[in-house]
Design a protein around this ligand. Sequence first.
Ligand code: SAM
Length: 388
Amino acid sequence: MKRRIREFFQSIGWVPFEGGEVKVIGDEPANTDYDPNLGPSAVGGPIEVKPFVDVPFPAIDLGKTDNPIPAIMATREFTQTCDFFASNPAAERSLVSAMSQALIYALIRNLRPQHVVEIGTFRGGTTEAMSRAVVANRAGAVHTVGPFDRDLFAPVFAHWPADLRKPVSFYPIDSMAFFMELERRGVRPDLVFVDGNHDFEFASFDIQCSARRLTAGGFIIVDNVAQAGPYFAVKEFLERNPHWVDCGCTPGIPDRTKAFDRGRSNIPGTDFMVVRAPTSYLLGARPRSFGEIVWNQPRVSGLRIACIDPQKSGTLHVQCVLRGFTDSPVAEVVAEASRKIGAGTSNLDVKFENPPIVQPDCIRYSVEPWLIWIGDDPLHLRAVPIPI
Ligand SMILES: C[S@@+](CC[C@H](N)C(=O)[O-])C[C@H]1O[C@@H](n2cnc3c(N)ncnc32)[C@H](O)[C@@H]1O
């Protein structure tokens, strides 16, 4: 089965690489074998990378505030964080300001994420700030994505100290293929930096795919809101998702007569807007899926739900689409069940009366759960529902 999956990914032209290495399988570029002792690089000038050091940062309790950014920026320690990134040679390889890098660093230090994602690697300037934070946290992985960035990033990455390289995986693919890969691996990021293609449709896709997979209370940082694409993508996202928090510090002063407008960012010293997910997963009348889940058997019995005691009762409607993949057409069956939920409910298994079954000789299986909550208030889930 693993071989079939690998063949599938090779057939669409890529295989991900991990573990602090930049490797390409089946499409080896001439200059992959970069020697860290090389002099001036193809990206212009000698490559200087500071060793890992513990950079000062303001400690903020993210559980006590929905929007920690004003508090982070008001501290004396944050000035020190900014000083480090202003004098770090990577500043010249990045397309964002030193304060932007410092803010990314401080958020990751406080959030202590398991998975950080960057859409748009370029020369790895911001990737380095993310890796410094993850290494200082002693936990976490950095996934960075750029379909055109292999030859820009690899020679710089080769000069990084081994400890900074270790948590980083570089994916030379576009964000759509990357989000499919995250889903296949079951990875849920805690923080995503959206800095890829800045056209509205791409930025909107990157924000929505990030939101779908983000953990509760996680952050999406959107760069380049001076450009109309990222700005309207994040504004429309907030309009459609009113429970998300706009983590601004100052009122941006957008000029309605301009498409390109440097006055829009509501975070000083950056061109960012930052949004934060609610601290629980919300269900309402619009069907919600948390994505397709790789499954290992031809049957699914129900869905395990962990909810926060609802104040007002309502009805939860669950559907699971079970798929079995073979060489012939996909086998697909749908099971459904509904359950009234009232005060005092926390954990429950919603079981199907007739659990759906597909043929047992498939190459792989998947389950796509869908949930609808019909009630006065949204239903808050503590965790992403798990098929059983
Ligand atoms: C603004 S640069 C990133 C800068 C980098 N984050 C930094 O601050 O140093 C944007 C990058 O996005 C990448 N990109 C373009 N289209 C993309 C896509 N569809 N998916 C992911 N990355 C993309 C480009 O290769 C480019 O290097």
